[in-house]
Ligand binder design. Sequence first.
Ligand code: HEM
Ligand SMILES: Brc1ccc(-c2csc3nccn23)cc1
Length: 399
Amino acid sequence: MALLMNPLSNLETYNISEDLGFILEDPLEELPDPYQPWIRLAKNLPSLIDDQQLRDEVKKLPELSICHLQGHKELRLAHLALGCITMGYVWEGGDKDVTQVLPRIIAVPFCEISKKLGLPPIMVYADCVLANWKKKDPSGPMTYDNMETLFAFPGGDCSKGFFLVSLLVERAAASAVKVIPDIFDAIINKNCNVLKEGLRTVSSSLREAEQTFHLVHEYVDPIDFFKILRIYLSGWKGNSLLPEGLKYEGVWNNPRKFSGGSAAQSSIIQCFDALLGIQHGSVHENSSAQFLQEMRDYMPPSHKAFLEAVASGPSVREFILSSKDADLKKIYDECVRALVDLRNYHLKVVAKYIIIPSSQLKNNANRKEVKEDEEKGTGGTDLMSFLKSVRDTTKKACL
Ligand code: HEM
Ligand SMILES: Brc1ccc(-c2csc3nccn23)cc1
């Protein structure tokens, strides 16, 4: 029988790295000379915002055409830099002085670059996590101590910790991505041993991802995260501070709404859901499924295409359900349990970094009511019910 073409046989076509998965390999740190003003502003975000100077400095930027930006990596660095500047510009005044208009001097190039990349004109996970890193010693390992972010936000090392720990979790899970084509080949060729090998790699890489997650306690301070960093990751969709959205001057006549940063924009976790056949409800009636689906539009298009190829590939779950091999069912369940444990660990982290600081600040005598948005995640979701529902549907996938 002719070997069925495996749609995933070449990960490179999806801009996926064999070693680093969805992480952008060796991100650029500099742009061609004309764009130095963008890089300089983005590199000085914390001090400019602390001095309430960022908005004034943005207005002094030169008008720049994007025609000198060549190649994917330059466009990714430009989207990251303008994304950081945009978040800083909108939220420089905190929730007391929110601007409704993004000036044309950055709105026009930011939207043109976004269109070329197929990303929204707002900072996304693929910017500040996947493309926002460098090694201090290029010949050294990808460990926290040998890494640095390219850009940061106010709050000391909080944004560095949050972005780099997320990156290291992505890297730990990346070893599972590269075995997905082998898993599909094993199903096409009905080779149970190769399938078991591939699923063992998936469960062990998920376990390694959960262990890496523990670094968040060492490198991210809960109060700095909740009181300072979170505002800069907030978006303008479902946000009472920008009920109409943000006006992109010189681009669209009406304000536009875009969601704030969420790791539902991370392809890695959605990739495991797709591989294991875990459905988070139907996009028609289930808001969690809708949110997860909507966040795919905030991923690089090639990563979104990869998720769709995995979801439409041969079904691992169906193959195992129809198999008599008890071992295979056991190994599948180990993968599901590893994903449930990762999501449970994440829920504990969210409680420590959002729920507890939120109630502490609410109980603080001289504190105004915490805004109803405060109970929402960075992505503007009612976070605990969303995260618990996603964890629960994962748990239900056990055979
Ligand atoms: C201080 C650490 C963290 C906090 C406070 C946090 C908070 C949140 C919140 C509030 C959400 C709800 C959706 C949203 O509004 O974004 C969320 C979703 C999510 N977070 Fe985190 N997060 C943290 C670290 C991480 C890390 C390190 C990862 C690993 C990559 C991660 C992966 C996810 C994923 C995949 C989702 C989507 C829901 C799901 O698929 O389970 N988070 N997070
Ligand atoms: Br933009 C942006 C988007 C997502 C994240 C992120 C990394 S891990 C995590 N859980 C919730 C959000 N989140 C950080 C910045």
